[in-house]
Write a protein that binds this ligand. Structure first.
Ligand SMILES: [Zn+2]
Length: 267
């Protein structure tokens, strides 16, 4: 479940390793994750192009080639690795891209990720790309604009925080972390939040994401791929001790999503 901070750090690693290198071979090991074009077109479109840049855009990773963008929405289990030499693909490997010096691997145990190769800058066929909100760090997302945007959403605040149409890049885990810092219950209705509470939420969002980004920056691509999220304060810590008050962390499951929160710290 890479979210914005992971994808920012992943794209920095990929920039260091791959930008400037030309693609000599593209292999699709499992076509399930390739969307929007035939596999042969995917391969032919990328081959002989050069990696120009990498960037995170919300929960998408975009690799710009000369004429195309490789757009990956890794969903829950998409992982990125770069190794010096080629290896045999395993059953979780979806595709690999060789350059003269490296091989870039995309693997996905649940095969839920979606991968596209589009004409550079044209994301009209990428599912879930259009109509997203600003990134938490977009300069337009001032606290006033955050307050204003929230008025257009209804329902529980955690669901709004991870709704990409509200802000892009926050997923299930970091929404829990942000709400702990903000002292707000994940189940509160948006409309019940006071002006001050929304202000706390805005501040918590930035603080938590920056803190996580700073920690991830010290980690390698492989560390991030194994997803050792040992820095999480509350998510995935049901039954453990709340780091803020010493109480027990609660856990609620809905569909395939887990919510962890502290009944004492979050009101
Ligand atoms: Zn607590």
């Amino acid at each position: 479940m890479p979210e914005l901070p992971e994808l920012e750090v992943i794209s920095a690693h990929l920039t260091n390793l791959l930008v400037g290198e030309s693609i000599t071979k593209v292999s699709v090991h499992n076509p399930l994750v390739i969307h929007g074009l035939p596999i042969d077109d995917f391969i032919q479109g990328a081959i002989n192009e050069r990696f120009d840049s990498f960037r995170a855009d919300g929960k998408f990773l975009i690799a710009s080639l000369e004429n195309h963008d490789l757009v990956v929405n890794p969903m829950l289990t998409g992982r990125f690795r770069v190794i010096p030499r080629h290896k045999k693909p395993t059953k979780v490997d979806m595709f690999s891209i060789q350059t003269s010096g490296h091989t870039f691997w995309y693997s996905d145990t649940k095969k839920m990720g979606r991968v596209y190769l589009v004409t550079r800058g044209d994301y009209s066929n990428v599912a879930g790309f259009a109509n997203r909100g600003p990134s938490p760090f977009d300069t337009i997302l001032t606290s006033n604009f955050f307050q204003e945007r929230l008025k257009h959403h209804t329902g529980q605040i955690k669901n709004v925080l991870r709704n990409q149409r509200f802000v892009k890049g926050i997923g299930n885990a970091y929404a829990d972390e942000i709400l702990l810092y903000a002292g707000i219950s994940p189940f509160r209705k948006c409309s019940s939040l006071s002006h001050d509470e929304v202000e706390q939420l805005y501040t918590a969002m930035k603080k938590v994401l920056i803190k996580i980004y700073d920690i991830l920056q010290t980690r390698t691509l492989d560390d991030i791929a194994v997803e050792k999220r040992d820095f999480l304060m509350i998510h995935n810590r049901g039954g453990e001790i709340c780091p803020l008050c010493g109480g027990r962390v609660s856990e609620v499951r809905a569909n395939r999503y887990k919510t962890n929160y502290c009944q004492t710290c979050q009101k």
